[in-house]
Ligand binder design. Sequence first.
Ligand SMILES: [Fe+2]
Length: 359
Amino acid sequence: MIIGPLFEDKPIPIVVRPKNPEEKSVAALQNYVMEHYEELEKIRLEKGAILFRGFDVKTAQDFEDVAVKVHPKLVEIFVGLNNRKRRGKYVFTSTEVPKYVSLSQHAELAYMPNRPSRIFFCCLKAPPLGGETPICDMQKVTEQLRKTHPNVIKKFKTHGLRYHLNYSDPKNRLRHPAEVKTWPEIYGTDDKKKVEESTAKDNIECRWDGNKLTLVTQYPALHTHPDTGVDIWSNTGMAFYPRLYLYEHWKTAMIGGLLYFWIIYFFWVLLEVFIRRPFLSDNKCPLYITYGNGNNIETNDMKAVSDAVWDHIVIFKWQEGDILFLDNNRVSHGRNPFLGGREIIVSLGLPEEQDRKNK
Ligand SMILES: [Fe+2]
């Protein structure tokens, strides 16, 4: 196999490719991963992102066969609030957020009690336009922010983040595009008591307003990496901050340079200026965040974080058969808008608590 950085001028991802046609099979990749487990773990801890490219990975089963060798402790039940479709014992569909939405950098499920330790993506169908999964080394972002905006980091570290997920009345057909599912679809029931029982197990607070539901959770903004002990900006804050959406779409267009991204950006400008802001306050958006003490986060503070993130973001085009392996406690991911068909599937490493118990 050949191992090295994907880009000469960027530290992540480290790419593993077959050296010759005999090394292209899934079995050969599995063997390689088993024989080099420690080496790959070292790369995960030092860099946080590995891309397996050029192998004969064609199905969800191929992907799962490789992922379980890279990390044998994978999640069997997807506990997020999106009800992902199952594609294998440990494999699920990726986000169902509409294709014209740019998803900001986030750590997977950092607003839930069971944040996964690792995340795997596999590209079964690459979109003809856009649809990349940009990644970012949040350890580098945190180091930069400590130097450039120490007060911003201090505020986030002191107060933490309070996440709000707002669900409209299920009977209401007009929903924000980010509200992918209604609460009865997520919990499989319209019985409020059952929803409360289910959320209580995960320490999620339920706030009802008639048939509208807000789920509230609270977590640190800086997460201590369980293996390295480093405090890292690793959360879902940017994706929960409505005032940042336009800025993020603009950055996506600036960096991505595609005309399509600019069209999407201007579409969001119109939507934001003429519909969202006049009719839907920030705290009523599907995803909303405050400091842990309930105070509003200043837009400039979140923009400072966003700027640092964009300084370190890495974007590459998906190739069919790619498997991307990320340390979810260090390297964040997002999603660019796209056109055409796109099939990305995911697997998650068990949450840290369970992971440690099994060690
Ligand atoms: Fe995600």
